[in-house]
Design a protein around this ligand. Sequence first.
Ligand code: C2E
Ligand code: CA
Ligand code: CA
Ligand code: CA
Length: 278
Amino acid sequence: LLLILSGLIFIVLVMLYRRYHSTSIIKFLILNAIKQNHLVPYYQPIIDAEKRLICGYEVLIRWETKKGKVILPDEFIPQCETNGVITPLTFQLINTVARDIRKLEMQAGKTLPYYFSINISANVLQDPELIDITRSALAHYNIAPHNLAFELTERAPIDNIEQAEQNCIKLNAMGIQIKLDDVGNGYCDFLALQKLQATTIKIDKVFIDDIDSLAASSIVKSLVAFAEKAEVEVIAEGVETEQQAKILTELGIRYHQGFLYSKPVPFSKLARDKNFNV
Ligand code: C2E
Ligand code: CA
Ligand code: CA
Ligand code: CA
């Protein structure tokens, strides 16, 4: 019995060690990648399908390794959210995006009519520092607040809802738009929209994938009706085909995002994009 017991204790210790060790290695690697500017924003346009114009871009992070490999966010963002690295990562991203906006404005010789929408995880939304970081990035690069937007995912629950609300009220007062991401999957009601000062909901790709099915289109229809009552805009994500775009437009969804229009592109491509010359 003693032998089995000590064997079990040994296994548990090894598991704990490996777990602790692997998370700290990942943390180390990501912190290092942040320092070396290997975490870079890619930009995917959001289209006003009615006017056939770009109205904004979503900022999607990529990890570009030294060897030229590109690692997608699903492979490291969830870890960053559990080990706290998401906060320095997002704060740096806000500055990088502000700098990129500045560069585009210099190049265009005028202020931009678009917004750049940054994904904000629950832990970051609850961080009181978010406001100061954002405010100083805007001031430092001389960017108008309407050029920045934040999208809040429902993936992780917000535990300090009061602090999150306070931040959203301040962001709203500053003129930064707030969008609720991945709607349809989780918790989105009138109260959440109001509390978080959201002006837009983004309908998750899973519903757009199946938009020609009765089930998905009924859900999308009810989300559109809800948005109308709540007086918020609707963006459909993951639009891949003309057929989907057509159905979405018929359902009254004006703003589209997806591979049909463009994949996320790095800044160098964005700066050269002819669509950019407004
Ligand atoms: P998301 O916020 O739902 O972003 C949309 C995802 O759908 C992106 O994946 C985008 O590349 C992809 N997508 C857009 N249009 C299409 C399409 O037509 N077809 C297909 N198949 N995919 C499409 P990506 O870039 O891999 O990002 C995955 C998730 O990682 C994002 O999902 C977001 O939750 C998270 N993420 C990305 N960047 C950041 C960030 O800076 N901070 C935080 N907290 N999360 C981020
Ligand atoms: Ca998003
Ligand atoms: Ca989304
Ligand atoms: Ca999604």
